[in-house]
Design a protein around this ligand. Structure first.
Ligand SMILES: [Zn+2]
Length: 417
């Protein structure tokens, strides 16, 4: 009797122990796809948990980006993901703060298309642990919602298919031979010589995936039937580059501070990167045609930022007219960027104290190399909030569009010269 009872208890216990992952497969992790980055440290098949560290090579920028696939999930079970960012190094060997790699809420998806946020993770000693109940047999986890070269290509091709005003084109090939997709929105061919030009680009820093989502929100609004967008298209051509540093996005590297310097420290007489070289040449030509009025560079900032903000012109490059126009542009954007992410009152600048190569930062190059009627500016959209998901980012992008339309109600070229 006793033996049978022990046997029964043992049977019950084994069922209880086995129940959390009864029927579950073996968890496997892969990062062998575009944008993937993960070094697997541990897979606990019993605890259903995975521990990785970001696998980017510091030579190719801050290794704070991570993105991987998990298979073998029993639909409905909870998976725990831990990212160890305690050992991150920069190319010069200096430590990189774990904050860059550890959002409060990571991104996850069960189809690699729709990206959700995990619940808030638990931080400890340079690591963070997020637990998610997954209703599928596979899932993808990432630092933020990924936006890879194929997404850029699909976006420009879809918009050019759906809108007669839109033409997709190849900005250039990268040093590694990859295509840099871009598009132009041009409504009226008869007046092309006098129309204003707006240039919006994202991802000079590869890991800052939110920039591409803000850009997507902007450009989808710009081609839409919204009355302000229709008005804007009547007077301005709009150039959009979803990803500038295609190579590092494709290989899952961070890009920021890569060797010898990153895309946003490359706007010099002798650019290293082809997308920068081509963008500079185009912007210079539009400026010489007296058409360029606005350049916006899209980024994600540090982990403590909780609102979008602009990096404005440093005093060294601020003429009275440039400053006036910049203030008018920011005021117009402030009018639009309110919910859910309100534009920050704080407007830092990128002068000599910010970086040794401050003059080679794209918006500073625009401020020094173009006519005074041009506003060149950097928009940093916070990535570490509960709104830092595709829909939230795209809302900021649409509001940027509304701000641009509001600002360009008056042609800034009339105000200069
Ligand atoms: Zn950046």
């Amino acid at each position: 009797m006793l033996g049978r009872r022990i046997g029964l208890i043992g049977l019950i216990l084994s069922v209880i122990v086995a129940a959390p992952h009864a029927g579950a497969g073996e968890l496997t992790v892969s990062s062998a796809f575009d944008g993937g980055s993960a070094e697997v440290l541990e897979i606990d098949q019993t605890g259903r948990s995975i521990k990785i560290r970001p696998a980017g090579d510091p030579q190719f920028g801050w290794p704070c980006w991570w993105y991987f696939q998990v298979t073998g999930i029993q639909p409905g079970e909870e998976i725990t993901v831990t990212v160890d960012a305690s050992q991150m190094k920069q190319a010069n060997g200096k430590k990189l703060s774990s904050n860059w790699a550890l959002p409060e809420q990571a991104a996850y998806s069960v189809d690699q298309k729709h990206w959700l946020q995990t619940p808030v993770g638990v931080r400890s000693d340079g690591t963070c642990q997020w637990s998610v109940k997954v209703d599928a047999n596979q899932a993808w986890f990432a630092w933020g919602p990924p936006f890879v070269p194929a997404d850029a290509k699909k976006l420009v091709e879809r918009l050019s298919r759906e809108h007669s005003d839109v033409a997709a084109f190849e900005l250039c090939k990268t040093r590694a031979g990859r295509e840099v997709p871009a598009l132009v929105v041009s409504h009226d061919e008869s007046e092309t010589d006098s129309r204003m030009v707006i240039w919006v680009q994202a991802r000079q820093h590869a890991w800052e995936s939110g920039g591409s989502w803000v850009g997507r929100g902007f450009i989808e609004w710009a081609v839409s039937d919204a009355p302000q967008a229709v008005e804007l298209r009547k007077k301005a051509d709009i150039y959009f580059v979803p990803i500038m540093d295609i190579d590092n996005v494709a290989t899952g590297n961070g890009g920021k501070n890569q060797v010898p310097h990153d895309h946003n420290r490359d706007w010099s007489e002798t650019p290293q990167w082809n997308s920068v070289k081509t963008a500079m040449r185009s912007l210079k030509a539009f400026d010489q045609q007296k058409r360029l009025v606005l350049f916006v560079d899209l980024h994600n900032p540090g982990s403590n930022s909780k609102r979008p903000f602009f990096y404005v012109t440093p005093p060294e490059l601020a003429t009275k007219k440039r400053k006036q126009l910049q203030d008018a542009f920011i005021a117009a954007c402030r009018h639009e960027m309110k919910v859910p992410l309100e534009l920050d009152q704080n407007t830092p600048s990128t002068g000599p104290k910010y970086d040794q190569r401050w003059k080679e930062i794209s918006s500073n190059w625009v401020r020094s190399a173009t006519r005074e009627c041009v506003v060149g500016i950097t928009l940093e959209t916070c990535w570490n909030t509960k709104h830092s998901h595709p829909a939230g980012y795209m809302t900021v992008g649409r509001q940027l569009g509304l701000g641009i339309a509001r600002y360009l109600k008056t042609d800034p070229r009339q105000l200069s010269e």
